[in-house]
Design a protein around this ligand. Structure first.
Ligand code: PRP
Length: 212
């Protein structure tokens, strides 16, 4: 039997979108329809077995070579990714990183000490450093929109898709940082040692994108 590549797939929204894309490319995704509590799912039509994982773990598995391929958001790549190939923009999961403040707040017009809360402290820190602005970054794990409402921070750096979460909490975006979408990543060694099956999976994804 042909050996399957191992694909780490971010569970949730990116999982649903990738399966849709593979179906458009003619792949039978039924094995992932009834998952139960299993975490590894063979998808022979696509030449992969799928490991469902949280986004930062997708990067860990691919970097360590226990998975050959990964599907993960550019947000997670910017925050914690380093050594792998980013081979394809899958276009789904499209949103942006933005800086947001409480409505009426003049974030840029003050010289006082400013605190910025984010689930993405590296992305936020890099952006402020590039702007030449000295701010304190506070790492938050949950709903970062709470930080300005509780008085913990003057602003947040977070992902904005529709803007509904910001609006619902009286926050407004004041700067766009960068766009974000799902990416296909490949382990460095797998790109050389398993070139043909890796290229076949990339081609499958491209076919799904064209059928979009
Ligand atoms: C993200 C982000 C915002 C929300 C933005 O959270 O942190 O809270 O989506 O989307 P919107 O602009 O369409 O309102 P997500 O739902 O991914 O959950 P998370 O907090 O677990 O990251």
């Amino acid at each position: 039997m042909k050996r399957l590549l191992r694909l780490a797939l971010t569970k949730g929204r990116l999982e649903t979108k990738l399966l849709g894309l593979l179906r458009r490319a003619g792949v039978d995704t039924a094995p992932l329809g009834d998952k139960g509590r299993r975490l590894i799912h063979p998808l022979p039509d696509a030449g992969v077995e799928v490991v469902l994982a949280k986004a930062p773990d997708v990067i860990t598995y691919v970097e360590h070579g226990v998975c050959d391929l990964g599907v993960v958001g550019k947000d997670t790549i910017l925050e914690c990714g380093q050594s792998f190939y980013e081979v394809l923009d899958l276009r789904f999961g499209a949103c942006r990183f933005a800086l947001a403040v409480r409505e009426g707040e003049d974030f840029f017009g003050t010289y006082r000490h400013r605190r910025v809360a984010s689930k993405y402290p590296n992305v936020a820190g890099d952006w402020f450093a590039a702007q030449g602005l000295d701010v304190e970054i506070i790492r938050i794990e949950g709903s970062v929109e709470l930080a300005p409402l509780l008085g913990l921070a003057d602003a947040i750096v977070d992902i904005v898709e529709t803007g509904a979460t910001l609006r619902a909490n009286g926050l407004v975006p004041v700067a766009d940082i960068c766009p974000v979408s799902a990416r296909l990543i490949v382990n460095l060694a797998a790109m050389k040692m398993k070139r043909a099956p890796v290229q076949a999976f990339v081609a499958l994804c491209r076919a799904g994108l064209e059928g979009d």
